[in-house]
Design a protein around this ligand. Structure first.
Ligand SMILES: [Zn+2]
Length: 108
C-alpha cells in the first residue's frame, strides 16, 4: 500500500484514506482511483516469471555450451538447434515479460 501527499497540509498519508488524519480535510478520491492491486500482483508475477525464464536460459546455455570446466561432456546430446534458437528465444521472451511486468508495475 502506498502513500500520497495531502494537498492541504503536505503530510504523507495512506493512499486509501478519504480524509487527512492531520488536517481533517477531504482528500480527492479520484487521485488514487486508477490504482489496481490486481494489476500490480499480476505485474509482479510477470516480473518473477520473466526473470526465472532468463535464468533457466542462462543455465541451459552454460551447461550445453560446454562452459563448465568440471563437466567435459553432458550425458545427453543436445541438438545445436537448442543453443542457436530456443535458448536465445527463451531469454528474450523472459526479458520481454519482465520488462512488460516492470512497466505495468510502474503504471499500476
Ligand atoms: Zn492534510
Amino acid at each position: 500500500m502506498g502513500s500520497r501527499q495531502c494537498p492541504h497540509c503536505g503530510q504523507y498519508v495512506a493512499e486509501t484514506l478519504s480524509t487527512c488524519p492531520n488536517c481533517r480535510e477531504l482528500l480527492d478520491p479520484a487521485a488514487h482511483a486508477h490504482y489496481d492491486p490486481e494489476r500490480a500482483v499480476r505485474a509482479r508475477r510477470d516480473i518473477r516469471w520473466g526473470l526465472i525464464w532468463m535464468f533457466v536460459a542462462a543455465v541451459i546455455q552454460y551447461y550445453s555450451g560446454g562452459h563448465d570446466p568440471f563437466l567435459e561432456r553432458l550425458p545427453v546430446d543436445i541438438l545445436p538447434l537448442v543453443n542457436q534458437y530456443l535458448v536465445p528465444f527463451l531469454f528474450l521472451a523472459g526479458l520481454a515479460l519482465a520488462t512488460a511486468g516492470a512497466y505495468r508495475r510502474l503504471t499500476a
